[in-house]
Design a protein around this ligand. Sequence first.
Ligand code: ADP
Ligand code: MG
Length: 340
Amino acid sequence: ESQLNPNYSFENFLEGDSNRLARSAGLAVAAKPGGTSFNPLLIFGGVGLGKTHLAHAIGVDIKDKYPEKTVLYISAEKFTQQYIDSVKKNNRNDFIHFYQIIDVLIIDDVQFLSGKSGTQDVFFHIFNHLHQNGKQVILTSDKAPVDMQDIEQRLLSRFKWGLSAELQNPDFETRVSILKNKLYRDGVEMPDEIVDYVAKNIKSNVRELEGAIISLIAQSSFNRKEITIDLAKQIVEKFVKNTKREVSIDYIQKVVSDYFQMDVDTLQSKTRKRHIVQARQLAMFFAKKMTKASLASIGSQIGKRDHATVLHACKTVDNLSSTDKQFRKYVEDIAKKLAV
Ligand code: ADP
Ligand code: MG
């Protein structure tokens, strides 16, 4: 009933530079739930980097050390659904009460609450109650609190009370040790050369790293193929292709210029004509939103501008889309065209 997955333990969560802070903070919280300044502990980072695993590991460890404590893991999505149901069934108070008596509350993927003001409101009250009573709250999110959108300010400020710890892309050594650990646990042997090849080529997502190794094992055992570098290449290619869904800045510029029926050179040109400036600003805005590129790199790719120009463009687009209906339509149309 705690919804914890015992396989997601600290033991199985390999340490590296990319996760050391978050992992250590997790261990500290598990040793003294509610008794550290890491309350809430917010773990953030990209897809497949171990947020859910680490959140479970903390819960599992607490349950181990303090069997009498009630620990609950729930995704923000499920939490939202439960809340909506409770409103429909007229037992919102029971819902609140249920959460207020938990000792350790783990909510996964809180970015899901964005734009859901009713759920944010109820969570705000639950959070305050738990925090005031020295109960531990653990949250995960795909972004840092400063980058979260459509979350109420008062809730964001609570998120920042404790510690926000980032899970970054694991470095090569960590990727190799994650793979070796997985192979060891599954009782499978694989040549180092192959493990290195996979770790070298899949860099930004541990889930895919594991997926590639699982495919390799399956190919070799079901199809009785020998695990060769060639086989590893084929499989890695499939994974890398499937994941290259991040749109490129070139593509964004192309979509935006097509939309305004101009060519990319015009969009990048130095002109101050209003509609061209707006197109350029929109391209910058979407590049910031949809790629991992820095402001400086976006600027240099969109007509050799500096980072301040890109920052200004993002702010302008934000402002205009809330004040100017026509402009908001541009933003929505382009967002649809860019949707992957
Ligand atoms: P997220 O919630 O950030 O999307 P998950 O926690 O679901 O990511 O992790 C994806 C997969 O990668 C899981 O199978 C998890 O066990 C594994 N994983 C992530 N980080 C590590 C790590 N440091 N050591 C071992 N396995 C890891
Ligand atoms: Mg997750």
